[in-house]
Design a protein around this ligand. Structure first.
Ligand code: MIG
Length: 652
């Protein structure tokens, strides 16, 4: 049962697609105050658990922390970060026998204080009391999620090749850089389907251009890669370079499709290309126009994209840098500037992504002028929506891989997401795992993290352990920053260990694709917390380093350094299996309870639930080479599995 409540004059985010009539009463759950903005508060019983919030920090159970929906480009995802790149305002309060979902459809900053200020109280606050609140009641946690998911529309369907392994690095520049990656993988028989092109493929970071000096024959290069079963996935950034003669800039200016200051002039800020404008993707016509630009690459054979910098990320604006200049001037005139050193650093670091800048520009939201600050969390969503809607026109017969860094609920219909700049930290393997079910609750099924870690230097064991989790996430991409240690798997000793782990991914693709599609088509979760599957089991309910994938398996990756294995909790009897390349290295029925399982660096552990089985193919070096005839069933004797499959490319 979904009830919809309206406060003030909400901005229509189009996150919810179902038509639900407005409730005239007040919600029977929690209490609402409209005294000072909007505040929802709820007493939390000691046993209540709170789930949701998609891409957010900390646990699967969100209790005990303050989460702020405020899409931000901040690379430092340490434990005390309150915000992330995305804003997913759906939470689920799970108490003894009540299961209540809450979706705060508010596109500005939302604060979720979930038992942080007071352990027994949850408050959700929005600065302005202009929003829709959806309250969903159901018979179980999963039931609530399914109802919510149904109301927000079907999740994005990627092509099947998007389940292949991908390699990325901020710093690949020339065709030779990419050819080397392909050659090294093919020579070493390490499976791969995707190569990601970061900003250096462009001509001076201009969207929808190619650096022609480096790529004199880009079409030919795309074809050459295709012959080797490689899909190239170029990046697209939100900011459009201000440059006379650059078509995207000229056209956008002429049509008035960029965001403007209050006085009507175009807002200018710097990002990678230098001074840039921001396409007004909240405007229908501008969105269509921006989406059409992707044809520049689609017409060259490109069928995969990632949208970046769309919080939107801003280094500094004309206004903020002028202010900083003044500040610097007075600072230098001081008798002892050293005394204000920390203040200076603060001023410098607060230049980027500042709310002062977000207050400086406006959208023409189909006739209504709206300050960006008020709708900040919708930018990445609508940039990706621009692309997704355009693909239906530009590529009506072929699905296109698309994922975005920033997002809001609603974007899940148009693309997937990656979790942004993480670090080469062991704790980020676990964070990656914990985000998966939360993202699924909010509609984001095609998701994954930068495997190996983006910032910092990875180590061989960290990369192997992280890949062993990445084997299960729909997006399986090794990505790293510039100036970090080389992170392609062939850079490390004993390449065969990496091959063994990545091959397991390909063996599981028939299963993973099937589970993905079932979840997308049935508004279901692909990754569930154990709490959702074993709600009456208190240990399972509080297990946050294992997940249920589909209905058949449990995953429990190793995420600590120098470990020979880990402790797992089995809520029921399961078949413990270890896979390594074409081998099944271990197979043992384990009874319900706690076990220490040993896992070598080249093994992928998984647990098959009682009386279930999964399809397992022979290893292949790319998705089209996975042999249907090689599929066997792995699991309990006599069990059966209904596998979903299709041609992996036709839109549904
Ligand atoms: O300011 O394009 O999250 O994946 O490699 C950094 C360069 C911009 C941030 C993305 C990252 C990408 C990088 N980008």
């Amino acid at each position: 049962m979904i009830r919809k409540y309206c406060y003030g004059t909400p901005f229509e985010t189009e996150a919810v697609t179902a038509s639900i009539s407005l409730s005239t009463q007040q919600p029977a759950f929690g209490s609402i105050s409209l005294q000072d903005g909007f505040c929802f508060s709820l007493k939390l019983s000691p046993q209540a658990m709170v789930f949701g919030l998609g891409e957010s920090n900390r646990g699967i159970n969100k209790r005990g922390f303050l989460y702020i929906s405020d899409c931000a480009d901040d690379q430092n995802m340490s434990e005390n970060r309150n915000s992330s790149y995305a804003a997913h305002n759906f939470i689920l309060v799970s108490d003894d026998d009540t299961h209540t979902g809450l979706f705060f459809d508010y596109p500005g900053t939302v604060r979720f204080d979930i038992g942080f200020t007071r352990t027994d109280t949850m408050t959700v606050t929005c600065e302005q009391a202009d929003l829709y609140l959806y309250v969903i009641t159901g018979t179980s946690d999963l039931d609530v999620v399914r109802q919510f998911r149904q109301s927000i529309g079907r999740s994005y369907l990627p092509p099947k090749f998007a389940f292949g392994y991908g390699q990325s690095r901020f710093g690949y520049k020339t065709p030779e850089d990419f050819r080397t990656v392909v050659r090294k993988h093919r020579e070493n028989h390490i499976p791969i389907d995707l190569l990601y092109m970061d900003i250096d493929y462009m001509d001076t970071y201009k969207d929808f251009t190619v650096n022609e000096e480096a790529f004199p024959a880009f079409d030919g290069f795309v074809r050459e890669m295709q012959k080797d079963h490689i899909h190239l996935a170029p990046i697209i950034d939100a900011g459009v370079k201000i440059e006379k003669g650059y078509k995207v800039y000229e056209e956008g200016r002429e049509k008035g499709y960029f965001c403007r200051r209050k006085d009507g002039s175009y807002f200018e800020a710097t990002v990678w290309p230098g001074w840039s404008h921001f396409p007004d993707v909240l405007n229908k016509d501008a969105r269509k126009w921006f989406g059409d630009q992707y044809d520049f690459l689609i017409s060259k054979g490109i069928d995969a994209f990632w949208n970046d910098m769309n919080e939107p990320s801003i280094f500094f604006s004309r206004e903020s840098i002028a202010k900083f200049k003044d500040y610097l001037h007075t600072y230098m005139e001081e008798d002892n500037p050293g005394i204000r050193h920390f203040q200076l650093m603060k001023e410098l670091f607060s230049l980027a992504n500042s709310h002062e800048d977000y207050q400086r520009f406006y959208h023409n939201a189909d006739g209504r002028s709206v300050c960006h600050e008020q709708v900040h969390n919708l930018y990445g969503y609508n940039m990706t929506r621009a692309a997704g809607e355009a693909f239906e026109r530009l590529s009506p017969h072929k699905r296109i891989l698309l994922f975005s860094r920033s997002s809001y609920i609603g974007m899940h219909r148009y693309g997937g997401t990656w979790t942004g700049d993480n670090s080469t930290w062991w704790s980020h393997i676990l964070l990656n795992l914990k985000m998966m079910p939360s993202l699924n609750m909010c509609g984001f099924l095609y998701a994954g993290a930068d495997l190996g870690g983006f910032a910092g230097n990875t180590s061989r064991d960290l990369l192997l352990r992280w890949l062993a989790l990445g084997v299960f996430t729909p997006l399986m991409r090794n990505h790293t920053a510039s100036n970090t240690r080389e992170q392609e798997v062939y850079q490390f000793e004993d390449i065969q260990d990496f091959r063994a782990v990545i091959e397991v991914r390909y063996r599981l693709i028939p299963y993973l694709y099937s589970e993905y599609m079932k979840a997308a088509l049935g508004n279901d979760m692909m990754f569930k917390p154990l709490a959702f599957v074993y709600p009456k089991d208190p240990i399972a309910r509080n297990t946050e380093d294992q997940l249920i994938l589909g209905d058949e398996i449990m995953i429990a990756p190793v995420y600590t350094q120098n470990a020979i294995g880990r402790t797992v909790y089995l809520p029921e009897e399961m078949l413990f299996v270890k896979l390594s390349g074409s081998l099944i290295t271990h197979r043992e029925i384990l009874p319900q309870g706690v076990h220490y399982v040993q896992v070598a660096l080249n093994e992928v552990p998984l647990f098959i639930r009682r009386d279930r089985c999964i399809p397992l193919a022979d290893p292949a070096e790319c998705v089209p080479e996975i042999r249907e005839e090689s599929i066997v069933m792995l699991g309990y004797e006599g069990a059966s599995y209904e596998r979903y499959d299709d041609d992996g490319i036709s839109p549904l």
